[in-house]
Design a protein around this ligand. Structure first.
Ligand SMILES: [Zn+2]
Length: 126
């Protein structure tokens, strides 16, 4: 069984996510569609990976996004989503390299990504 925490949540992945979250402002903001304030919701985003003739879909749950209170339009934070996608790429790579059977689907929690801290010797300054 693939050890998600050991395989994925170390090194550059945690750095990426943390940088994106530092830039993310979880506050109400004016929205581009109709000017109403937006509220923060948590959504799931799915990332499909094709390998050989098979597919693995990684679902990332609880990703913070903005939703317009007026018309319901949902807006993603581009930087945050890029970091999430990069992280799921790394998860999938770890799966491939692990030699374990790759599941057709797996779920990751955004919060879980955030809470991880890498070992101190891997922290790079600058
Ligand atoms: Zn709107």
């Amino acid at each position: 069984m693939f050890d998600l925490k050991a395989g994925f949540l170390g090194g550059s992945t945690a750095v990426l996510i943390r940088k994106a979250v530092e830039a993310y402002q979880p506050t109400l903001q004016k929205n581009v569609c109709c000017g109403e304030e937006m509220t923060v919701i948590h959504n799931t985003e799915s990332f499909p990976y094709i390998y050989g003739n098979q597919e693995c879909i990684i679902h990332v749950t609880d990703i913070p996004m903005w939703k317009c209170q007026q018309c319901g339009e949902v807006e993603e934070d581009v930087t945050l989503m890029a970091a999430v996608e990069e992280s799921t790429d790394q998860v999938f790579e770890s799966l491939l390299n692990s030699g374990d059977k790759i599941p057709e689907e797996m779920h990751l929690s955004f919060d879980e990504m955030l809470e991880k801290r890498e070992p101190e010797q891997q922290v790079v300054n600058g």
